[in-house]
Design a protein around this ligand. Sequence first.
Ligand code: 3NM
Ligand code: MG
Length: 535
Amino acid sequence: MKTQQVDYSLYLVTDSTEAILGSRDLVKVVEQALLGGVTLVQYRDKTSDTNTLITTAQALHKKCLAHNTPLLINDRVDVALAVDCEGVHLGQDDMSIALARKMLGPGKIIGATVSSVAEARVALERGADYLGIGTLYATNTKKNTKEIIGVNGIRKILKYLEGSEMGRKVKTVCIGGINANNIQRITHQLLAPTPSNPSPKTIDGAAIVSAIIGAQDPKTAAINLSNLLHTAAPFAPRSTNPPFWNANKEDEIKHILNNTTAATKAVKKSSPLSHNMTNLVVQNFAANTALAIGASPIMSNYAAESPDLSKLGGALVINMGTVTPDGLQNFTQAITAYNAVGGPIVFDPVGAGATRIRQDALATLMATSYFDLIKGNEREIMAVARTSGFTLTDNSQQHGVDSGSQLYTWVQRASIVRRLAARERNVVLMTGPTDLISDGVRTYAVSNGHAYLGRVTGTGCALGTVLSAYVAAYRVDKLLAAVAGLLHFEIAAERAAERAEVRGPGSFVPAFLDELWRFGEEVVGGEVGWKEGVR
Ligand code: 3NM
Ligand code: MG
């Protein structure tokens, strides 16, 4: 069995402990997993004596051969030699790759655990056939994991590997805490093509212990994981594929306006559900805003309702405005439900970066969720960008949840918005006097709006609600759905402020709701533009 022919996609790593295997027979469990479609097996047993290791490895090898699936042994080169299986997997404290290669010969597979670029470099130089990159997420299966590196840690290593021919050739799997809830998001977000790099290096597979070995029915678990791995994530089709990459601007403007008009019609016609998990300051205003644009709001912070709500064709708003431990748990539960059905999620990281607690909440949410759209002011989006792994020079902490003065130049902001969207494979909106919005390829600037919006509490959050209705109702193009929602909101504010009876923020509010309501199907012309150098 040649290394090149190995299918790394669904890589089963075994565990013989009471906590995961229980009292079941490992060989039978692995056989079920093979029937379910695992493509590679690693026998990992940290406690049994050598004789048991060899007997079990022999039995496992027989089953694996019957399914034409390679068997690797964790750590024990001697056991691999004794049963003449297909190779070994070596941790950082195990035998060196060079020595193992000498003992096993060139035909065997040698894999190495790596957690950093430095370790990846060494493993590559020493001739590892594949890298097991981890620890992705915290796991109960391996207690002495060195570091939780998350999707960003994996990205860094993949980026490093992309830099050399050997790196591009080496196979990679990620490991740690992978299960049916997160496997599609992980593969979706690790593959983030951009126009300059349409096929970036990504992982070749997912290495899994407890989600298969610990499953009640390992065969069904493997079938399910394999299906998830081989079908696009439910949210993937809405990651836009721009038709106008090389088009001229006039055509592009026409295309934008056709789509935004259609999106506004779609919202009015379908009255999409906007499920808001939002803070107590803005619940009333956000609900009124949703009603005014023709959407159907439900304000529910109780996640137990979300499996039902997620099936109604609407979208979810996660607003971090008044975050609490309970709230965070409700958020992740609801996100899981919407991600599972591909229901769009708008994330509003209110006050992100302002406190340690919010920073941690942001990190948790970013690590466990796919958000279709992230919206925030400059500081919030910069905090999100840092959490996503960007190194930004400015470290000034955010003081309140209002936007404050701008810290970055226009070009820097546009560049971050675009790169963040490309990395997260979603849409990112940075609000400000000029709003910047991008799907990682197309980046637009919208300069509509009015200063009164900054004098009324909850307008930013209400914008999140509007955007949710638009991405729910208009699935043709996620970016343009969001642009449409943004225009609806900002232009209604302008029209309201121009009304004779509006004397300040107080009288602005009812006028704004009126204009949101009246904003119709008229063609909005000449009010959207972009600047050179951003695309
Ligand atoms: N190695 P589960 S994490 C065996 O980080 C192993 O190198 C890891 O188990 C590493 O799929 C891990 O149950 C355990 O989370 C993964
Ligand atoms: Mg080891």
